[in-house]
Design a protein around this ligand. Structure first.
Ligand SMILES: [Ca+2]
Ligand SMILES: [Ca+2]
Length: 223
């Protein structure tokens, strides 16, 4: 009878180790359940790791109970889409800990291992306007690399355009160009032109146009 018990025990032990190991890792990042195994793998558990998975792997010791999500992993842009892993997982500074509620805006969570999936270029920052005037806020961070946030306030329903120009005044990219309801919005620019190509480092201008309001500010992309 022992010849049966021992193999069954071993199979169970191996299975439990595999399952807890896998679920443990997924639970160790914000919104880990959203993509499950594909958070770190290209096509499910056991398949090659995606760029985010490779960065995670470099922080994992085999069988360890370490915490690997934190400011350094959050600050990386593993998939090179111009948004840090923290921005993609709605925890820009990497302060989330396992057991905490998922941070930020669930609808804005994107795949940190897929360069074709990135946060919306413009999203709502405050549901209500913070002033009865149009405001173009200073971008943050500035200088920046790889991405920066540009916020603007819309006091009344308006057609709003937010565009990026190079220092020669040539149009580089359009982040917003539609009707906006009153509120404060945040746009992200990842240092790419409208074809998705990374632009060279240097000074860029961002201009908000809404009705009679026009304002232009400068920012610096560092490489
Ligand atoms: Ca990214
Ligand atoms: Ca992505």
């Amino acid at each position: 009878m022992k010849k049966i018990y021992i193999p069954v025990f071993l199979i169970l032990a191996v299975s439990i180790t595999f399952l807890t190991g896998r679920s443990f890792r997924v639970q160790q990042v914000p919104y880990g359940s959203k993509y499950s195994c594909n958070t770190c793998h290209t096509e499910g558990g056991g398949t090659p790791r995606n760029p985010f998975g490779l960065d995670v792997e470099s922080r994992v010791t085999p069988g360890g109970n370490e915490t690997f999500w934190g400011p350094d992993l959050a600050a990386l842009d593993s998939d090179g889409d111009g948004f840090t892993n923290g921005e993609e997982l709605q925890d820009p500074n990497g302060t989330w800990k396992q057991g905490d509620a998922d941070p930020g805006d669930p609808t804005a969570v994107t795949h940190p291992g897929d360069p074709n999936d990135h946060p919306p270029i413009v999203s709502v920052e405050e549901e209500l306007p913070v002033s009865n005037k149009f405001i173009l806020f200073n971008n943050y961070p500035n200088p920046f690399n790889p991405s920066t946030k540009i916020s603007f306030n819309v006091p009344v329903n308006s057609k709003v355009k937010l565009a990026i120009y190079n220092i020669k005044g040539e149009l580089v990219n359009i982040l917003a160009d539609r009707e906006y309801a009153p509120g404060k919005y945040e746009a992200f620019w990842s240092g790419r032109d409208d074809s998705g190509r990374k632009v060279s480092s240097g000074i860029y201008l961002y201009r908000l146009t809404a009705g009679n309001f026009v304002q232009t500010k400068r920012m610096i992309l560092l490489k």
